[in-house]
Design a protein around this ligand. Structure first.
Ligand SMILES: [Zn+2]
Length: 304
C-alpha cells in the first residue's frame, strides 16, 4: 500500500510539473463513465474540457486503478460520479490518492448524477446472500435515456456554482439539451414500438431501466445474483424458463462470460446480442444520442 502511495505521489508530481495539458480557461471535468461525460459536454459547451474514466466496453463496477486516472482526478475542477455505489469498488481510493480537495465528497465540485433519479430494485433488506445488491437500488439508471434530463440538471447546477459567470450559457445549453432529448425519446419509442412486450434475458441487471422505458420484459439474468456466476443447475433452470416464456434475445456486455451467454441463447433458441453497457463502448455510440439510436435499431433488427 505504501509503495502504491509513493507511486501515486510520484506520478502526480511528475505530471503536474511536466506533461501539461492546456485546458486554457476551461474548467476540467472528469466523469466516471462516458454516459455522464457526454451529457457534461452538452451542458458545459466550450467552457469545459471533459474526460471520462470508463467507457461502455468496461465494467463500471470493477476498474483497475491506473495512475493515469489519478492524474485526471488531481487536476479536475469537477468530478461527476454516477452514485448508488456503482463506483464504490474503485472511486473512493482514487479520490483519496488524487489529493484534490475540489472533488472530495460534499465539495462544490462534486456531482452525484443519481440525485433525484427514481431508482428501481431498491432492496427491502440487505444481505450478502443476495449478491452485490446496493442499498439505493439498481445503479444502472443511465440505460434509461429519459434519466438524462435529471442528470443534466444536476450537472448544470454544479457548473453554475463553479463558474457563476457562465450561468446563463449553461442554462441555455440545458434547455437545448432537454429539447434534443425529448425529440430523441419520441424517435426511440417509435423505433422500439415493434418489439414492445418482447421478453429478454440480460447477463447482469444492466438494462432494467432501459427495458422499463421501452416496454421489454426481463424474465431473468445469466448471473444467478448480481455479481454471482451461474451454476450448471441455475443455467438449466434459466434455459427451461427462457424456452417456456419464448425469450427472443440475450443482452450481454463484451466484458461478460460470453461463452455462458452464448450457451444459454443456443439452448433456448434465443439470439445473443453483445452490446456495450453505455456510451463509448463501440464506434456507433460515441454520445448519448448516437448510442441509443444504435441500441434501439440493433435490438429491433436482432429480434427479427
Ligand atoms: Zn451492476
Amino acid at each position: 500500500m505504501k509503495q502504491f502511495l509513493v507511486m501515486i505521489m510520484t506520478v502526480v508530481t511528475v505530471w503536474v510539473s511536466a506533461a501539461h495539458v492546456d485546458a486554457g480557461d476551461k474548467i476540467r471535468v472528469v466523469a466516471t463513465i462516458e454516459d455522464l461525460a457526454c451529457i457534461a459536454r452538452d451542458i458545459g459547451g466550450d467552457a469545459v474540457m471533459v474526460t471520462a474514466i470508463a467507457g461502455g466496453a468496461q465494467d463500471p463496477h470493477f476498474l483497475d486503478a491506473k495512475p493515469s486516472y489519478l492524474v485526471q482526478l488531481n487536476r479536475a475542477d469537477v468530478l461527476i460520479e454516477n452514485g448508488g455505489e456503482l463506483e464504490v469498488g474503485w472511486l473512493p481510493v482514487l479520490v483519496n490518492g488524487a489529493r484534490n480537495r475540489k472533488i472530495l465528497p460534499g465539495s462544490p465540485g462534486r456531482v452525484t448524477a443519481m440525485n433525484g433519479i427514481a431508482m428501481l430494485e431498491v432492496p427491502t433488506r440487505l444481505s450478502r446472500a443476495e449478491g452485490d445488491v446496493h442499498p439505493y437500488g439498481n445503479p444502472h439508471f443511465t440505460t434509461d435515456p429519459a434519466n438524462a434530463e435529471v442528470i443534466a440538471q444536476n450537472i448544470c447546477a454544479v457548473f453554475c456554482a463553479v463558474v457563476p459567470t457562465r450561468t446563463a450559457k449553461f442554462r441555455a445549453n440545458l434547455v437545448a439539451f432537454k429539447e434534443h432529448l425529448d425529440a430523441a425519446l419520441k424517435r426511440w419509442q417509435g423505433t422500439m414500438a415493434p418489439v414492445h412486450g418482447m421478453k429478454i434475458v440480460t447477463y447482469h441487471k444492466t438494462f432494467s431501466y432501459f427495458a422499463r422505458r421501452f416496454g421489454l420484459e426481463v424474465v431473468g439474468t445469466i448471473e444467478a445474483k448480481p455479481g454471482v456466476a451461474p451454476s450448471p443447475g441455475y443455467l438449466a433452470e434459466l434455459v427451461a424458463k427462457m424456452k417456456a416464456e419464448g425469450v427472443k434475445l440475450v443482452l450481454a456486455e463484451p466484458f461478460r462470460d460470453l461463452k455462458v451467454a452464448q450457451f444459454a441463447a443456443d439452448k433456448s433458441g434465443a439470439k445473443l446480442l453483445i452490446t456495450p453497457s453505455g456510451v463509448g463502448g463501440n464506434a456507433d455510440g460515441r454520445d448519448l444520442f448516437s448510442y441509443f439510436d444504435w441500441l434501439t435499431k440493433t435490438i429491433v433488427a436482432a429480434a427479427k
